[in-house]
Design a protein around this ligand. Structure first.
Ligand SMILES: [Zn+2]
Length: 164
């Protein structure tokens, strides 16, 4: 973090017309993961542990390791290749990008959050780890641990926002 960047608040910058990098401290109210045009996963303080848990498989996807394109499976459940990146056929698990609502006092803004930052918000649990855990879970004990990791009412988030 550059030393000239000072911690600030959202209100100041919503009124300012300047550009640059700012740091603000705010609460995360909600994360919305669009899955398809008709389907989305909404995680917030009202989400039950059960619903958070059951939505976990939907917030990750298997994509091309090079460009991140989501890969579909054929009728034999074999992943199709990413034609733009051939001969690279490596696959990788990603978090889906999400729309995050943050609040600072009376001000709310929605921010587009890409895959890498979702991983940071989810306490650096990598999408690979998450997929392995989902595959293994049979006891409700683990469900509680995962659910408790996502605590919307107490997550302080420091983020950079580009102003226009
Ligand atoms: Zn690709």
């Amino acid at each position: 973090m550059p030393s000239f960047v000072k911690m600030s608040d959202l209100a100041t910058h919503l009124e300012d017309k300047c550009s640059g990098v700012i740091l603000i401290k705010a609460l995360i109210l909600e994360l919305v993961f669009p899955i398809t045009a008709a389907q989305k996963v909404v995680l917030n303080a009202h989400s039950s542990l059960k619903s958070i848990f059951s939505s976990l498989p939907n917030i990750i996807y298997t994509g091309c390791a090079k460009c991140g394109l989501e890969l579909e499976t054929d009728e034999n459940k074999i992943y199709k290749q990413c034609f733009s990146c051939l001969p690279c056929t490596m696959k990788k698990i990603y978090y889906r990008p999400a729309l995050m609502t943050i609040v600072d006092g009376i001000y709310k803004v929605r921010i587009h959050v890409e895959s890498k930052l979702i991983e940071k918000i989810l306490l650096n649990i990598s999408p690979d780890q998450l997929k392995r855990i989902i595959g293994k879970i049979s006891a409700c004990h683990q469900e509680v641990i995962l659910g408790e990791s996502i605590n919307f009412s107490s997550v302080d988030s420091i983020m950079e926002q580009q102003e226009h």
